[in-house]
Ligand binder design. Structure first.
Ligand SMILES: [Zn+2]
Length: 242
């Protein structure tokens, strides 16, 4: 069946002398495996649309089981600003890898628009570090271990918040606090804001407090480590950009 769908190449593997096998996260079919025949040849029409992070409208000979075949692609956004900025590029590639891991657990079609929007926002100049953290929080829902930031995870009240707890799975109030790290007010406020933000609607996003951000970032590393077995490896790679 020949189909047209928006898609983003999540990963690529060389196949034979001239081809590649791509994992494309598509808007209509979730993550699919696609062979891009001849795409490593200089003159092949698939060459420019079969690389990691290519975002295109793809025409695919689609098979529900087994490998589909890429027929053609037309670029929707070349993410020029991302490629011109090493830091943006690093964070964007980090997101690609994170999505690739999450998709192994949950091939949900909604993940397409989440990734699509994140990359567009980063390309449009929104702070890439904040976008990554917002996405990390959001992806926990798809991993079945949501971080509850709406009400105290122990008693259910929605005020007098004190801190966020890994063991309790989210925010807890002053009365229920038993042990563990306590965030200062600024950090907690930023954390609540980032957990609530609708990525699809934000137009402006600036990072004003690095310390607060780093604390949240670290917390999420530990949370992922504790509940998901996914290692958020951006710290090692990105140390030089901090
Ligand atoms: Zn409570």
């Amino acid at each position: 069946m020949q189909v047209k769908t928006k898609g983003i190449v999540i990963s690529e593997t060389n196949y034979s002398e001239t081809s590649k096998i791509l994992n494309i996260l598509t808007e209509d079919y979730g993550l699919i495996g696609v062979i891009a025949k001849g795409s490593r040849n200089m003159k092949n029409k698939l060459r420019g649309v079969s690389n990691k992070m290519n975002y295109c409208e793809y025409t695919i000979s689609y098979k529900e089981k087994g490998l589909s075949t890429l027929i053609e692609g037309s670029t929707l956004n070349s993410f020029k600003n991302i490629y011109l900025d090493m830091r943006k590029a690093f964070y964007s590639f980090f997101l690609m890898d994170l999505f690739s891991q999450v998709l192994k657990e949950n091939n949900n079609k909604k993940l397409f628009s989440l990734l699509e929007n994140s990359l567009i926002k980063i390309n449009d100049g929104l702070n890439e570090k904040l976008i990554c953290v917002i996405v990390e929080i959001k992806l926990l829902e798809y991993l079945g271990v949501s971080l509850n930031m709406e009400c105290c995870n122990i008693c259910g009240r929605d005020d007098e918040f004190l801190t966020v707890s890994i063991n309790d799975g989210g925010i807890i109030c002053k009365n229920c606090y038993h042990d563990g790290y306590v965030f200062n007010d600024k950090t907690l406020k930023l954390f609540l804001l980032l957990a609530k933000i609708d990525l699809f609607k934000i137009k402006k996003l600036e990072l004003t407090d690095d310390n607060a951000f780093n604390e949240i970032d670290k917390f999420l590393d530990e949370y992922y480590n504790f509940y998901t077995g996914i290692y958020l490896n951006k710290k090692d790679k990105l140390e030089m950009f901090r």
